[in-house]
Design a protein around this ligand. Sequence first.
Ligand SMILES: NC(=O)c1ccc[n+]([C@@H]2O[C@H](COP(=O)([O-])OP(=O)(O)OC[C@H]3O[C@@H](n4cnc5c(N)ncnc54)[C@H](OP(=O)(O)O)[C@@H]3O)[C@@H](O)[C@H]2O)c1
Length: 321
Amino acid sequence: MKAIVRHTYGSPDVLKLEEVDMPAPTDDEVLVKVYAVSINGSDREGLIGKPLYARLGGLRKPGYPILGSDIAGRVEKVGRTISQFQPGDEVFGEIPGYHGGFAEYACASEKTLAQKPASLTFEEAAAIPQAGVLALHGIREKGQVQPGQKVLINGAGGSAGTFAVQLAKLYGAEVTGVDNTGKLDFMRSLGADHVIDYTREDFTKTGKQYDLILDLIAHRSVFAYKRALKPNGTYFFVGGSVATLFQILFLGPWIKRTTGRNVRILMVPQNSKDLIAITELCEAGKVIPVIDRRYPFNEIPEALRYVSEGHAKGKVVITVA
Ligand SMILES: NC(=O)c1ccc[n+]([C@@H]2O[C@H](COP(=O)([O-])OP(=O)(O)OC[C@H]3O[C@@H](n4cnc5c(N)ncnc54)[C@H](OP(=O)(O)O)[C@@H]3O)[C@@H](O)[C@H]2O)c1
């Protein structure tokens, strides 16, 4: 099969179109013919190997050659113990470990796939999994946003941020979106009540405080985040620098004890239950999977360049077949 492969960490230039062996599903896996795959922040991190957690598979060179986690396609073959799916089913979901999707075929676990609703195109379905589930957890499942609360989303114009702004508005919050200059109007169009340009203003130094901060791109000190939280407010680190991650791990419990503010890591398990929940909101038209651009399969390097240069508003989707 054809795949977009890399053998070193680096810019989109290290990505090459190659012929590789087709993956074989294990007993509890499904082999999917990929029709569409979307790009997430985890792909852009996995490509360059930064932050450090993006090198978990291989410190000096990538542990896996094919990036891409969110797929939609048709089941080609199922493992021995698979009961939910059969060849021919239209499915979508995340690939465990976040790799293998930039290819004509990919294996995924039954636990992270769902039947694709007929009302969604393959591209729309591929745009939902990782970003939608992250946002659902941050805003509804763990964030438990209530009407009238002040919610700030850092990285609001990207993949998960786009879903998070819409969800926070859906549940009645007053939403502040933070992203680059080119995405301010876009965040407003999603429903953000206030927008902050991260290239001009640091949201932790405005004197404003929030009930919930969902941080998709954390790089500040834990004390800066504490300052931007109301008493009893919650800050969630979703992705960002490893230095910030460790500060939160070690100092978060102490901040909670001494100030009541909750500064913690949000770990979101890949699973089909949450995928179905966010997809139902999309089918009902309450949340829209916003696709900025579509690229053909052989232009995945261009697509990643577009995302890495800070242009993408919402999701970028690759049409594979
Ligand atoms: N915790 C978990 O369980 C879990 C699971 C999966 C993934 N993740 C993580 O989730 C994170 C977010 O993913 P995503 O897919 O939403 O990323 P994304 O699509 O790359 O979006 C990130 C957004 O943040 C913006 N941004 C960059 N620097 C910023 C700054 N200093 N301040 C504010 N905004 C900034 C980016 O704009 P520019 O275009 O200007 O860069 C982009 O719009 C990733 O780090 C990923 O590893 C976490």
